[in-house]
Design a protein around this ligand. Sequence first.
Ligand code: SAM
Ligand code: SF4
Length: 439
Amino acid sequence: MSATTAPKTFHVKSFGCQMNVYDGERMAELLGAQGMTAVGKGEDADLVVLNTCHIRERATEKVYSDIGRLRRDDGSAPLIAVAGCVAQAEGEEIMARAPSVKVVVGPQSYHHLPEMVARAAAGGRATETDMPAEAKFAALPKRRKSGPSAFLTVQEGCDKFCTYCVVPYTRGAEISRPFNDLVEEAKLLVAGGAREITLLGQNVNAWGSEDDKGRMVGLDGLIRALAAEPDLERIRYTTSHPNDMTDGLIDAHGEIDKLMPFLHLPVQAGSDRVLKAMNRSHTVESYLALLDRIRVVRPDIALSGDFIVGFPGETNSEFEETLRVVDAVGYAQAFSFKYSPRPGTPAATMADHVSAAEMDERLQRLQAALQRNSLAFNQKTVGNKCTVLVERKGRQAGQWLGKSPWLQSVHFTGEYAVGDLVDVELVEAGPNSLSGRVL
Ligand code: SAM
Ligand code: SF4
C-alpha cells in the first residue's frame, strides 16, 4: 500500500488486560463500520493497530519488537498505529523511536482512529493522547455481533494511585459510564449472541451512576438490572479493589443466581508494611476479613488475585508473609508478577531494589504455591454437577472446551455448538483444567 492509498484491510492486536481486549474489539467495529475488512495476520493487512500495555517494562518492549517484525519480505510495511497505554505514556516519542509508526492514539481518543488513519494514509502523521471529558463511547458504532462470552467496559481510570502502578497516569481519573448506556449495550450484546457478560473496569466495583429511576446505584444495582435480561445467563465483573467491596455487592453474591461465584480481588502482597508502601489502603487482616464476609453469603466462591514480588525493600520474611496469605485463602486462580519500575510512579524512585535473582526465586516459590492452591481448589470441585458455557472446540475430535461457574476450563466430548450451556459432572482435575462427564 502506498502512502496515498486508504487502507482496505486491517488487523488489531491487543496486548495486556481485558479492558484492552474490549477496546480492541471496539476499534475493529469502528474500522469495520468504515468499510474496512478485518484480516487475521498483521503481515496481510494494510493497517495494523497495536493496542498496547504499559503495565510492566516487558509489555512495553514487546510493542517495539512487534513493530520491527511487521516489515514484509519485499521491504514494504503496513501502516502502523500504536494505541493503548504505551501510546498514552510515550506519545510522539514512539514515532521518534519507530519512524514506521504513523498514528499514535491514547485509550480515551480511539474513536478518532478512522480520521487519524486517513491523515496518515494521505502521507501525514497523527497523534492524539488527550484525555477529553467528551464521551468516547457515544462516538462508537453500536454493538452487533458477540461471542458467547462478552466484555463490557463499565468503568475506566483509577484514583487509587498504588505507588507501583501507571494506570492512574495512562487511563486517567475514575469515570463511570451511565447506567442506561450500559443496559443498552448489554442488550445489544445479548441480541448479538452473548450468554455471559463480564463487566470490566480498572476498579470495576467503584462504578456508580444514577439508574433509570434517578437513584444512585453501585455495581450491585447494575448487576441486578442486567440479571433481569431474560437471555443473559451469566454475569461476572473484574477487577475489584478490596476497599470498594460494598455490602450491597457482597449481598448480591448471595442473592443473584446469574452472578457467577467467582471474584478477582487482588491483595498484591502479604505484609502490612509492604502494602502501606504500595499505598494499597487495606491490610492483610482487613482483606481476609472481607473474604470471610463474602464466604458467608457464597461459601463456594472461587477467589482469584494478583501478586507482586520484589517490591522495593521487600525482605525475604515479608515475602514469606505473602506465601502465608496464599495458603490461608486457597486461591482458585491468580496472576503473579515481578515488580517492574514504571517511569513516573513513586515506587520507581524508592531505594532498596530487590535483586533480579531474588525476584526470580520469590516468583518461582509463589507460583508453586499458587499452582498447589489451584489444584486443591479444582480437586475440591470434583463430583460437583454444574453448567458449562461452551466456548470452543478442543484439540481432539469431538472435544469441547467451556467454563464452569467458577471460571474453570472444563473439557468434555459430545456434539455441541459454541454458546451452548451443557450440564456436566466434574470428574477429574488438574491445576489448569478439569474434565467433565456430560449429564
Ligand atoms: N486495578 C487492579 C488492582 O488494583 O488490582 C489491577 C490493575 S493492573 C492492570 C493488573 C496488575 O498488574 C496489578 O494488580 C498488579 O499486580 C500488576 N502490576 C501493576 N503495576 C505493576 C508493576 N509496576 N510491576 C509489576 N506488576 C504490576
Ligand atoms: Fe493500579 Fe492500584 Fe489503580 Fe489497580 S488500584 S489500577 S493497581 S493504581
